[in-house]
Design a protein around this ligand. Sequence first.
Ligand code: FA5
Length: 381
Amino acid sequence: MSAPNKSYDPVEVEALKPEEIDRARDEALAAIAAAGDLEALREVKVAHAGDRSPLALANREIGALPPQAKADAGKRVGQARGAVNKALKARQEELERERDERVLVEEAVDVTLPYDRVPSGARHPMTTLSERIEDIFVAMGYEVAEGPEAEAEWFNFDALNLDPDHPARSMQDTFFVRGQEDQGAAGSGSGDDSGVVLRTHTSPVQIRSLLARELPVYVICPGRVYRTDELDATHTPVFTQVELLAIDEGLTMADLKGTLDHMVGALFGEGLGTRLRPSYFPFTEPSAEMDMVCFVCRGKSVGDPANPCRTCGSEGWIELGGCGMVNPRVLTACGVDPERYSGFAFGFGIERMLMFRHNVEDMRDMVEGDARFTRPFGMEI
Ligand code: FA5
């Protein structure tokens, strides 16, 4: 602001000269009239009516005038600013009206047009559930590992301590892609002479992870697996498993149990326990079947025929899959010292989990690709 100006000389206060005020007002009015849309008008408003506009700056100079000149200059600046604000308001209303009319035309919906008869798709609940499971373990520091679906027999069986005469290797369960006699191609590390199968479980990713990664290893391996099962309400020849492997110094069965409890809590709600039942898998020792407390009846349906539970069949427990401490023979096959390292693994089928988690009664619904099945799970695309 200029210093007080005792003998008022308009030359000294350039911005307050009548012709300067008229010029600032006329420029503002011209810019307002020329603003073609609301965005342009916003810019005009800042330039001609904002805090740093010529008229606002002139207004600040009034204080520096001698008293006899203040009223005159104040009136002139006030009238100019009033005219600019009035023009801004009028143009704003005009442009808003134009915009509303344009939107009405551009966004008009012709309700007589035929609707899209092809239903929109939705993310498959199997995808959503798999990602949810991955997220739980990634949050705990696990990495996601993958392996091929056409897998060397050595990875799928031998390295996992499944002898050549193990029943799971028979034609009954396994899709053989190429026998040992046609060797020479795909996928084995130790098994250049190995046949190739469609992997029957995700456990071969355990072997691949142990061979490829530095210790300690904490991986989660989701993926598609194949078995020569007939498609029925509870089986499909192509299904999805999630495998978990943790190898470190000093891991025990208690770590396995704690990890399972955490997963069940994260997926089904806190306070649901798990239990381990002795079982046998060649690649874990000791091995167990893992069950969780039924998340619907929480075990209360057991021995209460008046309140049966469809989810657990009134057993109080739901079977999740297999688990155990990784067999030292598997560690040795992967070059890991079993004297120093130990660890646990578990694996389960996601289709079966989706069935009991969401009351899906028939597994065939999951594989038929009908959007009427997937849509109620949400996430339309
Ligand atoms: C295995 O495949 C072991 N690899 C799991 C494991 C991993 C044990 C690590 C120990 C350590 P199993 O054959 O039981 O285990 O299959 C695991 C799960 O796959 C079953 O619990 C079941 O949920 C699912 N499953 C098996 N066959 C089918 C099928 N035909 N259709 C859908 N799900 C199936």
